[in-house]
Design a protein around this ligand. Structure first.
Ligand code: 9WN
Length: 406
């Protein structure tokens, strides 16, 4: 029943060559959504998963960046803010896009798609694009410490996480003259605030004005983004082997980023973001700090410490994984990325637990199943009550449940 409903959501959100995250709230193609959706689609239609990924990479820029939104020209400008008009950006293919990126979870999606139905021709097509995606990050976002940075909260995928409150405090908030569209679909107390939006617009405008090159007032290294980058390198090593190419450079890069993360982002209990401007760690309770469990080369004692934190501060044994630590004063169980449980980040942590602690991986998967059984494929869930929030029929909630059950 759940599986049939999950496929129904994905079918109804399919737009011919990709899947919208949500018909009304997010009516275009989003970067990391497409990766998660491909992982789910691979379970029942690997062809659709391949098409989804190749269509996203069809909008890749010459510098290798994969934009976080690819706009559908047939959708009216005022259906989503900020629209293509705001970003004023286009890929060489002609597709209108945003100019920022999202966590690079696509190599993993391509690999899982190949595992579902081996297709070396697909791997051969996508591999150079995945490599270029990583090269963009190395060329434009790498610090002296070897970590990868983001320049906008939207790039983290966890837009209004309390982890960004401090770095955002330095951002002037004066942008005016725009109309939010999200509040037509979702109640304001489940979304970012108006002040958040003013800052998002301000930062995006400044980045746009630098030709999408210069980091601005918000410049941080995020543990989830760096984990995705590191997992991508490990996965590219596996793909390179299948293609008869040299996997070693990818292995070395995966080791290097894992080492740099442990040295610079680990506080002994949780991985933390770092503010590039000040060089200081941001003392947060973001679930992003648990995702390094996915890194194959993470030292066992670091993984054990993370698992201890997941149990003590994120209720791993008792409830769906919240996006922010339950004991933090900022924890809010219904507001977007400030506490609710999200299927995609839970899935990332689940991946990281599967080999290390299969018992806890099962506990987490069961909790995710309980959320969707009780509330449907909502965008996020109150981890305490399992009540659903945000939009309905949300694609990655359906897709990743399909993957977990398969
Ligand atoms: C801005 C599409 C996207 C996700 C993000 C999520 C949300 C957009 C928004 O929706 O962000 O990119 O309009 O709020 O935070 O993770 O990719 O599902």
């Amino acid at each position: 029943m759940i599986l049939r409903d999950a496929v129904r959501v994905l079918v109804s959100n399919w737009d011919g060559s990709y899947t919208v995250p949500s018909r009304r709230l997010y009516p275009h193609q989003w970067s990391w959504d497409s990766a998660f959706i491909a992982i789910g689609n691979a379970r029942w239609s690997p062809r659709r998963a391949r098409t989804e990924l190749l269509s996203l990479f069809g909008a890749q820029w010459l510098d290798g960046r994969v934009p976080h939104i690819v706009f559908n020209p047939r959708v009216p400008e005022d259906a989503y803010f900020p629209s293509a008009e705001f970003w004023r950006a286009a890929a060489p293919s002609g597709a209108r896009t945003s100019g920022i990126v999202q966590p690079p979870v696509h190599a993993l999606a391509a690999w899982k798609t190949h595992q579902a139905e081996p297709d070396p021709a697909f791997l051969r097509r996508i591999y150079p694009r995945l490599v270029a995606q990583q090269e963009f990050l190395r060329a434009q976002r790498r610090s002296a410490e070897g970590l990868i940075s983001i320049v906008h909260p939207w790039e983290s995928g966890m837009d209004n996480s309390p982890a960004w409150d401090l770095p955002l405090a330095a951002v002037q908030a004066s942008a005016t003259g725009f109309v939010r569209r999200d509040l037509q679909t979702v109640s304001a107390d489940e979304r970012p605030t108006d002040r958040d939006y003013v800052q998002y617009v301000e930062l995006a405008q400044a980045y746009r004005e630098s030709g999408y090159r210069e980091p601005g007032a918000f410049h941080v290294e995020d543990p989830l983004f760096n984990t995705a980058y590191g997992v991508a390198e490990s996965t590219l090593a596996a793909i390179a082997e299948v293609l008869g190419l040299d996997p070693e450079p990818h292995r070395r890069e995966a080791e290097a980023i894992t080492g740099a993360m442990v040295r610079h982002l680990f506080d002994g209990k949780l991985f933390q973001p770092r503010d590039v401007h000040s060089g200081a760690l941001i003392d947060s309770g973001s679930v992003a700090g648990l995702t390094p469990l996915m890194l194959p080369g993470l030292p066992a004692e670091v993984a054990d410490a993370l698992i201890g934190t997941a149990i003590s501060r994120f209720g791993l044994n008792d409830m769906p994984l919240p996006s922010y630590a339950l004991d933090a004063p900022e924890f809010d169980p219904a507001r977007y990325w400030r506490g609710p449980s999200w299927v995609n980040v839970s899935w990332l942590v689940w991946q990281g637990l599967r080999e290390r602690r299969p018992d806890l991986a099962r506990t987490l998967a069961d909790a995710m199943m309980r959320s969707v059984s009780q509330s449907g494929f909502r965008e996020y869930f109150n981890p305490l009550t399992l009540r659903g929030h945000g939009c309905r029929d949300f694609s990655w909630s359906a897709a990743l449940i399909l993957d977990i059950v398969a």
